[in-house]
Design a protein. Structure first.
Ligand code: CP
Ligand code: NVA
Length: 312
């Protein structure tokens, strides 16, 4: 499995098989449990990660950068001031030039086509650090968190309530790959991309899981092992925030919704959170909330991923 991931890109959760996700999570757990040993061994000594950010970030930037430090490597942060895709330089040239210096690229971009084009032209692995279409690194951390809390993934049911966005898309693919049922609850008009629904349902049929889209919050939460939400207006949709607040009313992750789920249901949010909108503060602070484990696990999951993509 280690060899199978060496040199690969990670643009979509669809790119990974269930076994490959398991291998990344196993490696993540091992590096998390043996932090001191990993720091001493410096498995990525001499390796550099180039990080391209078209959008803001707290978790993604800091978890990748500190992750590379722990693994003995180095990370370079490039802000939108440093590279202007299509303006200062083409995506193709950025990919070619960067991969002459660095060993792996992580990019947070608007259009998903940009990470795809970077991957086409880079001579090193390219990791999607969030595009408008997917957020695979987040979902690796989420699966690690659920596995830590529940001891397994296959057979569980996750209910995501909110916008059918990048996080929802990666969850649908990721859950389907590992055999976890995934229910998306959203207002009408905010469904996930139909192609993601069709493809994740096909993948789920093979893994013995189900992917469904519903519009009734109580129905979606029924029997859930995990309740998950994300902001109603993603980065780049700021001008729609007020209109979306109206349309998403009633689609909040709160204690009333948790009452429909299993008593041991965990609460998940990729963060940043807008308390009082998509999530109630109290629900985010229950003992079953794992939102800060998710944030920490960004680093551990990505460390597992980086080691395997770099053949270590
Ligand atoms: N969850 C997440 O990707 O956070 P940032 O936007 O802060 O990186
Ligand atoms: N859907 C959100 C996720 C932030 C981590 C966004 O794209 O802004």
């Amino acid at each position: 499995m280690t060899a199978a991931l060496k040199g690969r890109h990670l643009l979509s959760m669809k790119d990974l098989s269930g076994d490959e996700i398991g291998a990344i999570l196993d490696r993540a757990t091992a590096t998390k449990q043996h932090t001191d040993r990993v720091i001493a061994e410096r498995p990525l000594a001499g390796k550099t990660l180039g990080m391209l950010f078209q959008k803001p970030s707290l978790r993604t930037r800091v978890s990748f950068e500190t992750g590379m430090t722990r693994l003995g490597g180095h990370a370079i942060y490039l802000s939108p001031v440093d590279f202007k895709i299509g303006e200062r330089e083409t995506t193709e040239d950025i990919a070619i030039v960067l991969s002459r210096y660095v060993d792996v690229i992580m990019a947070r971009v608007f259009g998903h086509d940009i990470v795809q084009e970077l991957a086409r032209h880079a001579r090193c692995p390219v990791i999607n650090g969030l595009s408008d279409f997917e957020h695979p690194c987040q979902i690796l951390a989420d699966l690690l968190t659920i596995r830590e809390r529940k001891g397994k993934l296959a057979g569980l049911t996750l209910n995501y309530i909110g916008d059918g966005n990048n996080v929802a898309h990666s969850l649908m693919y990721g859950c389907a790959r590992v055999g976890m049922n995934c229910v998306i609850t959203c207002p009408k008009g905010f469904e996930p991309d139909p192609r993601v629904a069709t493809e994740s349902q096909a993948i789920a049929r093979e893994s013995g899981a189900q992917v469904r889209v519903v519009h009734d919050p109580a129905e979606g939460a029924r029997g859930a092992d995990a309740l998950y939400t994300d902001v109603w207006a993603s980065m780049g949709q700021e001008s729609e925030a007020a209109a979306r607040r109206e349309k998403f009313k009633g689609f909040q992750l709160n204690r009333a919704l948790l009452a429909h789920a299993r008593p041991d249901c965990i609460v998940l949010h990729c963060l940043p959170a807008h308390y009082g909108e998509e999530i109630e503060y109290e629900a985010a602070r229950t003992p079953n909330s794992a939102i800060f484990d998710q944030a920490e696990n960004r680093m551990h999951a990505q460390n597992g991923l980086l080691l395997l993509l770099l053949g270590k």
